[in-house]
Design a protein around this ligand. Sequence first.
Ligand code: AMP
Ligand code: GLY
Length: 424
Amino acid sequence: MNILILGSGGREHTFAHMIAQSEHCDSLFVAPGNAGTEMIATNLPVSVNDFQSIKAAVLENNISMVVVGPEDPLVNGITDFFKEDTSLKDVMIIGPSKRGALLEGSKEQAKEFMMAHDIPTAAYASFTQKSLAAGKRFLETLKPPYVLKADGLAAGKGVLILDSLAEAKNELENMLSHRKFGDASSTVVIEEFLDGIELSVFVLTDGKNYKILPTAKDYKRIGEGDSGLNTGGMGAVSPVPFANEAFMQKIKARIVEPTVKGLQKEAIDYRGFVFIGLIKVGDDPYVIEYNVRMGDPETEVVLPRIKTDLVSLLRATFNQELDTVTLDIDARAATTVMVVSGGYPENYEKGKVIEGAGSIKDSIVFHAGTTRKNGELVTNGGRVIAVTSLDNDFRTALKKSYQNIEKLSFDRMYYRTDIGFDLS
Ligand code: AMP
Ligand code: GLY
């Protein structure tokens, strides 16, 4: 069949890399894609939120399956758009309906979902401009640090963690009254701070059945030792060494099963990935957030460990027969290290010539922000390339990623040298 992947990052290059190997894939398209996807698929100059152009591309290229990479089109209702269109309704679109996407699109709704289905998460209350005074009083009842979350999508920047009460009150006011994150912060969720170590669990569900995919830990801060500004993610490791069998059993029983049952009880059409951001407090898992897509760069370590044909898995997801397939996971560890543009996550320049990407042989080079200009590979984003390696243990895999990164170069190239520093 012909398959279309929506998105342009390292996550989408990884999907393309896996899907291109499937015997069920005839022609592969990526919209809009990057210089990496261009080497293994046909890039289409279509934006992920332009549903009419996506429809035209699907019909023109006889596409039977669409894999939605980022959250935006899901929150904007692309799955419902396909379902409601007579010429698209049989296309296998992988990603939840608009209602399902609210698990990521609204922190408040996600919290309500967790409460309704008894899923462990931080205590919280939510506020709007009208209840600003009550929000400030609520902050006074909490111990620092204070966690403020814009309800809506804010490009990963909508969470503030503040040490002082005065600052927290001030930021609450900025969010509610001064639209710090635009409409996204017209409602703010204030949460109890949970102190522990984070990990992510990925679930593929058809709305009834589910498969737990490999765990991963990502490193979000720009600086060594998890310091400095938040980024989209600077590297990742899979599996997470401390997520042992006993802990995974807790995650399954307390979080994954109630989540899938909750979707079913609420009659939410959800055929896609659930990315559960967790924090381990003592020996217990709590949900920090849901995302309705795969993570980036977590995808770069999760998918390469899946041995089962990815297209078969996705087809079973759409057809709601995930119970009929077995998930086969590579026992080896995977690591990825993200190479970024100097200045990221603040201002950075694009268009820098990238050398050496073709000379890396024993790691996988996943392009994120790259493009081709006059035949040359150049940077085209903050996160530029993820170098993924597999080996028997994550330290050996990491060593490979770091050795291969040294073959890459571009002006003001930067990467963290301490991915996995907190793992033993
Ligand atoms: P989110 O966008 O919800 O993933 O939040 C961004 C980051 O803020 C998370 O990855 C955590 O590191 C941190 N965080 C969010 N909520 C909490 C919480 N309740 N307690 C402690 N840290 C949190
Ligand atoms: N790496 C975090 C995310 O994809 O949201």
